[in-house]
Ligand binder design. Structure first.
Ligand code: HEM
Length: 353
């Protein structure tokens, strides 16, 4: 939590260039940071020797795969982190049965990614799959660092602690454990409870749909997004999903998300995140951290959060409003300021557009 707050503070204090943007740099893959103003830690400042190799892995993921942006690959990597970890079951664990976990099994067994519930993840799996062997690390560490970096690739996305040291997966993940949008709220909450999540944590986690698109629920309107600002990690997903009478152009509401917004068990927590970016960011970060550790203990792993770039704070990027009055629930983000922030804080990973 402290890490998250410090990151926001640091980003808030860093100035934007007065005129012009830093030039896009070639994609680094050696752990080189982008200088102090970029907020990207450099391997030469590494504190924990265990984390040193991970700076280059960070750059391979953030640069070559995400290109520093909240695009299709980053979006898919966030969902991949959930689909990898979300097969964990306390009930299976209690009965010593083959279990899922945040173990990267989706990068190992070719059959797991071919399951229908993993439709849309095949491309990100192909891109990440060679990296554990290439860098000599475990698939779980690689996949879950990618998930944490993907959230940071989305402006507004919080810093989530990043751990390394997970063992290789013991087995392919069991089937039938990932949620389906047509399941009832009680069935979905029971499945998340079996992963170890309380209802409020589920409402925080589901906000990841802020950066989501659908392709397979209704292929006739493939690529519609779950809110109107899919490239930004903001709370508009909550606002727009809760407004069940309006379907905004280009957007799509999953039945499960609408049910969470309206069901008496979850509606209060769901609505509580509307316009509440700071609370949501810290609760999301805590829930995602927990998700990235399912089946593992943080004490057995090494915290390599030191290599993470600073979060991009949306507060600095809102369109200036005139006069007094109440601040808008969903501040409009100025595209010029947004691009300037991406150019400054994700500099070394960008490629010319
Ligand atoms: C009740 C639980 C959930 C259900 C039923 C659900 C369902 C779905 C569905 C149906 C899609 C669209 C897939 C497609 O057609 O391409 C999707 C996309 C997505 N989901 Fe979820 N999801 C759930 C929870 C989560 C969680 C916990 C996370 C992350 C923490 C997450 C992250 C994403 C992301 C980022 C996408 C967009 C992927 C892309 O644009 O490529 N989801 N989800």
């Amino acid at each position: 939590m402290l890490l998250v707050s410090l990151s926001f503070l640091a980003v808030a204090l860093l100035p934007f260039p007065v005129d012009g943007f830093p030039q896009s740099a070639a994609v680094a893959a050696n752990g080189g940071g982008g200088g102090v103003a970029s907020g990207i830690p450099n391997v030469t400042d590494a504190k924990n020797p265990v984390c040193v190799p991970w700076y280059g892995i960070r750059d391979a993921i953030m640069g070559s795969i995400f290109q520093g942006r909240c695009g299709d690959n980053a979006r898919a990597a966030i969902r991949l982190a959930f689909h990898d970890a979300g097969t964990f079951s306390l009930a299976l664990q209690a009965n010593a049965l083959p279990n899922g976990a945040a173990d990267g099994s989706l990068l190992v067994d070719p059959n797991e990614v071919l399951r229908s519930e993993n439709n849309g993840l095949q491309n990100i799996v192909s891109l990440l799959k060679p990296l554990p062997t290439q860098f000599g690390v475990s698939p779980g560490d690689l996949l879950h660092l990618a998930g944490v970096l993907a959230v940071l690739a989305c402006p507004g996305g919080p810093v989530i602690p990043a751990y390394v040291g997970r063992n290789a997966p013991k087995n392919i993940a069991p089937t039938g454990l990932l949620p389906d949008p047509e399941q009832s709220v009680s069935v979905l909450l029971a499945r998340f409870a079996d992963m170890g999540f309380e209802s409020r944590e589920v409402m925080a986690l589901i906000g990841a749909h802020t950066a989501g698109k659908q392709r397979f629920v209704d292929p006739a309107v493939a690529n519609t997004s779950f809110d109107t600002t899919v490239q930004i990690w903001d709370t508009r997903f909550y606002t727009e999903t809760a407004n069940t009478t309006v379907d905004l152009p280009g957007t799509f509401k999953l039945d499960s998300d609408v049910n969470f917004a309206t069901n008496p068990t979850t509606t209060q927590d769901f609505h509580g995140f509307i316009g509440n970016q700071d609370n949501w960011m810290s609760e999301y970060a805590a829930a995602h951290e927990k998700m990235s550790l399912l089946g593992f203990q943080a004490n057995d792993l090494t915290d390599c959060s030191e290599l993470l770039p600073l979060a991009i704070d949306l507060k600095n990027l809102a369109v200036a409003t005139t006069g007094g009055g109440q601040a808008p629930t969903d501040p409009v983000i100025d595209p010029v300021k947004l691009e300037a922030a991406i150019q400054q804080f994700r500099s070394i990973w960008l490629v010319p557009q």
